[in-house]
Design a binder for this molecule. Structure first.
Ligand code: HEM
Length: 417
């Protein structure tokens, strides 16, 4: 580790504190130290932890960090995968990322929201007079939405199996032990299916509407003009489908906010103007805990805040802490969608899905899709009649990913006769 004048935690290793304190570990230390950057050891490795928009700007500067060797292997295996866009750098990264960004036209985002609305309405009609666990129900709705949005047929894609696999990958990414092992098995089953899809598209056995996301991935060529390997294309198809299902966590958080923050939600209605719904969604993305941190390994030496970063150094940018940084936000612990009215946009705050440029760095290509789907969910929640029975709505801050313990139970009343 390079020379430095930044604070160093006195603990020999912080792994136990990270597991115990979860999302708040880095931010609380920054507050106590009066510094947005400090050094410690996690899993016996030296690491620099940073938070705040200025740190995000440094972290997302073009060419400065790679994601290779920066994530726990357990998370990598279930989330992005070794051959994925996130493991690429430079021109190879830009070229592959462009493929994802091309899928995010306004029309494509609107189509995703329409598909989701159809799935929502079908489920709510079916469940009248009964209760649903929103987390589970929305996972199934978004699996079907994702499959159809990618251009695949529901019958071929077996949505029940896919829903089980995606849920296991998302839940298992931050865990170790049996649930992680089960998720690895289900991931392998999903990869076999995805390879079959790519093979089918390439051989003309599976006909998709032209230009649909699954077809784009199957026929994408790398900078040297070659098709992606079957394995890599399958991994990228999963990297498109699985995170669409993960948007369900924001949907549950939106329901949680509508229920627990009625004054903040007060002026919203199902047909509210787009800006108001988007402000609510942005605040959900800022306020609630999802991705705690993002890891990088330094590619080029540089100095920031008196610390010399050397190639290979491990750095964690605190995403949750940046979204709750008291130096960047007024009353960060208050849920206040109004802070996003007339929001001019800022690439370094909030950063629930990373920051910086989409093509020059690793910022999530699914951000607009996430906002579109969560926005549609907010409208559906406001348009649906439901009751929230007494339940534990606490959100544990040391579980990755987290959410209300019971998954947010809703009672859908029977239609009045
Ligand atoms: C559910 C909400 C989502 C969250 C919280 C989320 C979060 C993130 C984060 C933190 C990163 C890493 C940024 C970095 O390495 O600097 C990322 C990257 C990525 N996300 Fe998302 N994401 C979400 C939804 C989506 C959706 C809907 C898609 C589908 C298009 C998607 C596809 C990807 C891909 C392909 C990358 C890798 C990008 C790259 O390395 O250039 N994500 N996401």
């Amino acid at each position: 580790m390079s020379r430095s004048s930044i604070p160093v935690l006195s603990a020999f290793d912080s792994s136990v504190a990270v597991l115990k304190e979860g999302y708040r570990f880095i931010g609380d230390r920054c507050d106590a130290l009066g510094s947005d950057i400090f050094r410690t050891r996690i899993m016996l490795s030296d690491v620099v932890c940073m938070r705040g928009p200025a740190a995000a700007e440094i972290f997302y500067r073009k060419g400065r960090f790679t994601r290779r060797g920066a994530m726990p292997r357990t998370a990598l295996a279930l989330l992005q995968g070794r051959e994925s866009v996130q493991m690429l750098d430079g021109e190879a990264h830009r070229h592959r990322k462009h493929m994802f960004m091309e899928m995010m036209s306004d029309g494509a985002l609107a189509r995703a929201a329409d598909l989701f609305r159809g799935e929502w309405e079908a489920v709510m009609q079916d469940r009248t007079g009964r209760h649903i666990v929103l987390h589970d129900a929305v996972g199934r709705m978004l699996t079907r939405t994702a499959i159809r949005w990618c251009g695949l047929g529901l019958r071929d894609a077996e949505p029940e199996r896919r829903a089980e696999e995606f849920a296991a990958m998302i839940d298992g990414a931050g865990r170790i032990g049996p649930s992680h092992a089960r998720a690895r098995l289900l991931r392998r089953r999903c990869e076999r299916w995805a390879r079959g899809v790519i093979h089918g598209v390439r051989k003309g056995l599976l006909l998709l509407d032209h230009g649909m996301p699954a077809e784009r991935i199957a026929l994408h060529r790398d900078p040297s003009g070659d098709l992606l390997s079957l394995k890599t294309a399958a991994v990228e198809l999963i990297n498109l489908l699985r995170p669409i299902v993960a948007v369900g966590r924001f949907v549950v958080f939106a329901a949680h906010a509508l229920h627990t923050q009625p004054s903040a939600a007060g002026r919203l209605s199902a047909d509210a103007p787009e800006e108001e719904v988007t402000a609510f969604v942005q605040e959900v993305r800022r306020f609630y805990p999802f991705f705690p941190v993002i890891g990088g390994r330094v590619l080029e030496a540089f100095t920031w805040r008196g610390h010399q970063f050397a190639p290979g150094d491990w750095v964690l940018l605190d995403l949750y802490g940046t979204n709750h940084d008291p130096g960047a936000w007024t009353e960060p612990e208050t849920f206040a969608p109004a802070r996003f009215y007339d929001w001019a946009g800022n690439a370094y705050m909030p950063v629930p899905q990373g920051g910086g440029g989409f093509l020059t760095g690793h910022r999530c290509p699914g951000e607009w899709l996430t906002i579109a789907l969560t926005g549609e969910a907010v409208r559906r929640l406001l348009a649906t009649e439901y009751h929230v029975p007494a339940q534990d709505l606490e959100i544990p801050m040391n579980r990755f990913p987290t959410g209300p313990r019971g998954g947010f139970v809703m009672e859908i009343p029977a239609p009045s006769k």
